[in-house]
Design a protein around this ligand. Structure first.
Ligand code: HPA
Length: 231
């Protein structure tokens, strides 16, 4: 048990899938895991452990933004020994060739600031995905996923239109709010991490994923994440 996770040591698997939304953790555990057991509900941040094709897996919510993710991922790694951590979440697209429902595998995550930014002083640390997880996820997505850099922002309602323009110009695929800290913590503790993201909205066109397609696109990400971890 930690400050924020009520599970006993041993109740968390070495492989952890990390949706932002705790209700998505429950949905994915019920749909994909055998023998799913609730292992955390502190502050309503649900975590479940079960088996997928015989492999132990935990699916645990992170909440929104780097500070929230940082709390759970620090504790999952340092107190529970998590080794493979895969975020499954949503993002806003920045490139014209991207459509809502497209899958993005975040190769690297730029960030303006975040829980780890002060420790690097003048260095712009480049948080990157685990290459093997990325390659396996790409294979599991049957070549249909987009792979590239994203921005991890601290604001959903951003006032900086000029920033989106510069990021777009430099090939940044999308904006979300958690991946840079996930990759930085994985680097710090020599763990494997990847973010699998679905385009939920398009920042240039304003198009948004219809509610009836959200569940299926979430299921697609869970499948890709499980294959990346275990294939
Ligand atoms: N901005 C930041 N985070 C997001 C977005 C966005 O447009 N869409 C989904 N997560």
């Amino acid at each position: 048990m930690t400050f924020h996770i009520g599970a006993a040591v041993g109740q968390i698997a070495e492989t952890v899938l990390l949706p932002g939304d705790p209700y998505r953790a429950r949905w994915a555990a019920q749909r994909f895991l055998e023998g799913a057991e609730l292992v955390n509900d502190v502050r309503g941040m649900l975590g479940y452990t079960g088996r997928w094709r015989g492999h132990h897996v935990t699916i645990h919510g992170t909440g929104m933004g780097q500070p929230s993710l940082s709390i759970y991922v620090n504790e999952l790694i340092r107190d529970y020994g998590a080794k493979t951590l895969i975020r499954i979440g949503s993002c806003g697209a920045l490139q014209e060739n991207l459509k809502v429902r497209d899958i993005i595998l975040a190769q690297a995550a730029s960030t303006i600031c975040g829980p780890s930014s002060t420790i690097f002083r003048e260095v712009n640390f480049a948080p990157v995905a685990d290459f093997i997880l990325l390659a396996k996820a790409f294979a599991a997505a049957e070549g249909k996923a987009h792979v590239g850099g994203i921005l991890t922002s601290d604001t959903f309602y951003d006032e900086r239109e000029d920033l989106s323009e510069q990021l777009k110009r430099h090939g940044c695929l999308a904006i979300e709010m958690e991946t840079a800290e996930l990759y930085t913590l994985a680097a710090r503790y020599q763990r494997r991490a990847l973010s699998v993201l679905t385009v939920s909205d398009h920042i240039l066109t304003g198009e948004a994923l219809p509610a009836d397609q959200r569940e299926q696109s979430f299921a697609d990400m869970v499948e890709i994440a499980l294959h990346a971890a275990f294939d």
